[in-house]
Design a protein around this ligand. Structure first.
Ligand code: SF4
Length: 399
């Protein structure tokens, strides 16, 4: 497994992408509403909150998509990334009750569960030959301290050394630190020493404390989310970051969210991937949510790509938006569609109908349908390989 460093994060991005982008931007006759933004990019001026708002209200979605796609192509050409992973949620028992969450259960619920280390490893063993990453997030268990996760990660690394561990969202890290009487840094160091490879980005929701007080009261604050990821990057743990949109946030709050992450990324170089995904309402408690249409999902992906020049990868999270939109999103600036996943609860309990159990052949077909070249990557985006589907076996004619 290639060791991650903040410079290896850019391993597959064209270092001359800004020049490539400018040259391509000059060849297009942009509409008046986008020309001002294109001019700023040509002049190397950073895009501002006002620019973000005007991108969110751009009347021509397809031209917006074209601008985002040119960014993606300048960075990665025709390549689009995926990995072979499995999701295992270690527990659905949670001491919090975020209003958008269909996954959590109280400890006494009939369908509450907490996988023992043995049960977790048994589950992982079923998928181990086919995956190189396990993605594990879950509820805030009232008793599991950092020792539980350190033991789990050590066992995973010892029994499945080819598997990277992407686990624990920022609020889980905060919860473990509190239960274990450790600082965030001490907690992350223990987890890293035990085998943790990277942090997923979940839990960012919208980085605005007024919104958080309504949709996820009790969760880490916006600043705590940023601080936990900053600490992770400082000790050599890369992470992803997310945005949950379509609840109660305004366009301004979306733009501010994106810009806060962009600014932190420019300081730490530690965010690998930004994953914006829409709120799914089934079994949740947010009747006032605005919800998002397909067009809006594509718009958020395109705007994210244009604004987020400090985070290399933008993911179309197909577990949430489904295969069809994920395929389209690759034409609106996304360059990654996550992985094979195998099993997923968090989005499916909230209403996702995205197909599970995709193998690499199916994922690569999705990528090729979008006009891209499928590249299999590892967790930390440091190893890449073009995926070529095996040729179908020719059957001999019956004698
Ligand atoms: S989103 Fe996470 S922290 Fe919030 S209730 Fe669900 S499992 Fe718990």
């Amino acid at each position: 497994m290639t060791e991650w460093s903040s410079t290896s994060l850019l391993a597959d991005r064209d270092p001359e992408w800004r020049q490539v982008l400018k040259s391509n931007l000059r060849q297009i006759d942009w509409s008046e509403s986008l020309q001002g933004i294109v001019d700023k990019i040509l002049d190397d001026k950073p895009l501002t909150k006002q620019d973000g708002l005007s991108l969110f209200s751009e009347p021509n979605l397809f031209e917006l998509g074209q601008l985002a796609l040119l960014h993606k192509k300048a960075m990665f050409g025709e390549r689009a990334y995926f990995n072979s992973n499995v999701h295992i949620n270690q527990t659905n028992i949670c001491v919090l009750a975020c209003r958008f969450c269909a996954f959590r259960r109280g400890p006494k619920a009939d369908d509450a569960y907490a996988l023992s280390i043995e049960n977790y490893l048994e589950e992982l063993s079923k998928f181990s030959p086919y995956v190189n990453e396990v993605h594990s997030v879950g509820g805030l268990h009232p008793e599991w301290t950092v020792d539980h996760y350190a033991d789990l990660f050590r066992r995973i690394r010892s029994e499945h050394p080819h598997i990277s561990i992407k686990a624990l969202t920022a609020v889980e890290v905060k919860h473990l630190a509190q239960l274990s009487n450790l600082t965030i840094k001490e907690t992350l160091l223990r987890l890293k020493e035990s085998g943790l490879t990277s942090l997923p980005g979940g839990g960012a929701e919208i980085l605005d404390d007024d919104v958080r007080a309504i949709i996820c009261n009790g969760k880490e604050s916006s600043q705590e989310y940023l601080d936990i990821h900053q600490t992770a990057h400082e000790i050599g743990l890369p992470s992803n970051c997310t945005m949950l949109f379509g609840t109660i946030e305004t366009a301004t709050q979306r733009v501010e969210h994106i810009l806060q992450l962009r600014d932190l990324a420019s300081q730490t170089n530690g965010f690998q991937c930004f994953v914006p995904y829409p709120f799914l309402p089934d079994s949740t408690r947010l009747p006032m949510a605005q919800l998002s249409t397909g067009q809006e999902i594509l718009r958020v992906i395109a705007v994210s790509r244009i604004l987020m020049d400090t985070i290399p990868h933008i993911k179309a999270y197909r577990m949430n938006i489904g295969d069809e939109l994920a395929e389209l999103a690759l034409q609106f600036g996304a360059d990654d569609i996550d992985g094979t996943v195998q099993q997923e609860s968090i989005m499916h309990l909230a209403g996702s109908t995205a197909p599970l159990n995709h193998d690499m052949q199916q994922l690569s077909k999705l990528v090729r349908n979008a006009g891209c070249i499928p590249i299999k990557r590892n967790t930390t985006y440091t190893e890449f390989e073009e995926y070529v589907a095996p040729k179908p076996i020719k059957r001999l004619p019956m004698a």
